[in-house]
Write a protein that binds this ligand. Structure first.
Ligand code: RP5
Length: 164
């Protein structure tokens, strides 16, 4: 079994619609990852166990997505020095502003890198994790550079529906 480098955790299977955008990026870049539901409120002991074991397991970053009272990223970060990348999932009642505030407003000393609400945040958290791994992996950096170059070309080729 390959060494898992990135953990993708989420508070509920209902977060998958958002968090699969992170997984897609990791798959695209060939990163060894695991994805699991680990709920801060419903599975607190599992959450702490995951955080406590992450460094010894060789996990290089944890992408954690949650919605509403989104304590998962912050409480993982409280228990590990492995970098935690937090993804606010859009919630039913407050559209994810609650999730964003829960994740971003960490007390000084316990950082969580916080991304945008929803699928852009999930994808960008994964791209950020790829960039971290690319620091000591030139082949991965080349893939990331190629990804950026493709995006640039796609933007240059964008047409607007103007006639006349
Ligand atoms: C959070 O509560 C989860 O991260 C999810 O975004 C939200 C709702 O969970 P479910 O009620 O859909 O399981 O803990």
């Amino acid at each position: 079994m390959p060494q898992i480098h990135i953990g993708v955790l989420m508070g509920s299977s209902s977060d998958w619609d958002t968090m699969h955008h992170a997984v897609q990026i990791l798959q695209q870049f060939g990163i060894a990852f695991e994805a699991k539901v680990v709920s801060a409120h419903r599975m607190p002991d599992d959450m702490f166990a995951y955080a406590e074991q992450a460094a010894d397991r060789g996990i290089r970053a944890i992408i954690a997505g949650a919605g509403g009272a989104a304590h998962l990223p912050g409480m993982l970060a409280a228990k590990t020095t492995v970098p935690v990348l937090g993804v606010p999932v859009a919630s039913k009642h407050l559209s994810g502003v609650d999730s964003l505030h829960s994740i971003v407003q960490m007390p000084k000393g316990i950082p969580v890198a916080t991304f945008a609400i929803g699928q852009a945040g999930a994808a960008n958290a994964a791209l950020f994790a790829v960039a971290m791994l690319a620091n000591d992996n030139p082949a991965l950096r080349a893939k990331l550079d190629a990804f950026r170059a493709e995006q640039t070309e796609a933007a240059r080729a964008m047409a607007l529906p103007i006639t006349g």
